[in-house]
Design a protein around this ligand. Sequence first.
Ligand SMILES: Cc1cc2nc3c(=O)[nH]c(=O)nc-3n(C[C@H](O)[C@H](O)[C@H](O)COP(=O)(O)OP(=O)(O)OC[C@H]3O[C@@H](n4cnc5c(N)ncnc54)[C@H](O)[C@@H]3O)c2cc1C
Ligand code: FES
Length: 265
Amino acid sequence: MILEKSAILHHEAISPECFKMTLACDPSYISAVPGQFIMMHIPDGESPLLPRPFSIHRVKVSGQGDVKIQILYRVVGAMTRKMMRIREGEMVRMVGPLGRGFVLPKGACRLMIVAGGIGVAPLIFLLETMLKNGMDPKSCDFFLGAKGQEELLCREELTEMGVKLHVTTDDGSAGDHCLVTYPVQELAQTFPPDIIYACGPEAMLRCVVQMARLMSAPCQISIEALMACGIGACLGCAVEGKMKDRYLHVCSDGPVFDAETLGWD
Ligand SMILES: Cc1cc2nc3c(=O)[nH]c(=O)nc-3n(C[C@H](O)[C@H](O)[C@H](O)COP(=O)(O)OP(=O)(O)OC[C@H]3O[C@@H](n4cnc5c(N)ncnc54)[C@H](O)[C@@H]3O)c2cc1C
Ligand code: FES
C-alpha cells in the first residue's frame, strides 16, 4: 500500500456522466490484483475531506517502464464533480492498491462475467488479466448492462477482446431491452457456468447471487459501501457476514467477496 501524490496523465469524458482518468503511480501497482481499489483525495482545500474509493480499471506499463493506472468514474456527488474538472498535469493524493481482489479460476473453465453500469470498471482489469494468463476469450460470456445507451461503457473494448458479449439496456436504446440478469438466467439454464464474477448495483448482485446458488456455481462479487479510511481502521464499511454475529469490512475483507461469505439471504 503506497500513499503518493500522483499526476493526472490523461483525462477524458467517455459519456456525458462518465470519465476515464489515467494516473502516474508507484511501480508496485504492477502487482495490483483485479478488484483492488484506490482511495483518492484532491488536495485543493475545497474538495471533500474524506478520500473516495475507485476501482482500478487498468494497469499499464509504458515503453520506458513507467507504471500508470486508469480509473473509470461516474459523476454522482461533490468529489466526482471536482474530479471531472481536474486537468492533465494536476496532482491528486491516492492510496493503493487496497483491498482483496478477485480470485482467478484455476485451469480452463466456462465463466460468466456480469457488469452493471459503472460496475464494468474492475471487470475489464479482471478480463484482461485472465486473457494474459492464456484464457480462451470464447470461454467467457460477458453480460454488459446499463440503464441506457449512454451509460453502456467499454462495449468496443469488450468486442475487441473477443468474448461472447451480451448487451442489455433497461430502456431498450441498445442491445436487448431487459435487465442484464435476464440473459444470464436464460443462458445459465442451458449452459451452467463453472464460475460467475459480477460487479454492479446491489439489486443486480443479489439477483446474480440467487442464480449462482440455484446452479451451485461459485460466485465472486465486488460490492460497494461508504468508506472513510479504506484500510480497515474506521470500521465504517461494515456489512453483515454469513455468520450473523460477525461483520465484514468491505475495504479490508473485500471489496470482492465469495458470495457465500456474505449474509445475503
Ligand atoms: C471499493 C469501491 C470501488 C468503487 N469503484 C468505483 C469506480 O470504479 N467508479 C465509480 O464511479 N465509482 C466507484 N465507487 C463508488 C464511488 O466511490 C462513489 O461514487 C464516490 O465515492 C462518490 O463520491 P462523491 O463525493 O462524488 O459523491 P457523494 O456526494 O459522496 O455521494 C453521492 C451519492 O452517492 C452515494 N454513494 C457514494 N458512495 C457510495 C458507495 N460507495 N456506495 C453506495 N452509494 C454511494 C451517496 O450516498 C450519495 O447518495 C466505488 C466504491 C467502492 C466502495
Ligand atoms: S472504510 Fe474504514 S474500515 Fe473500511
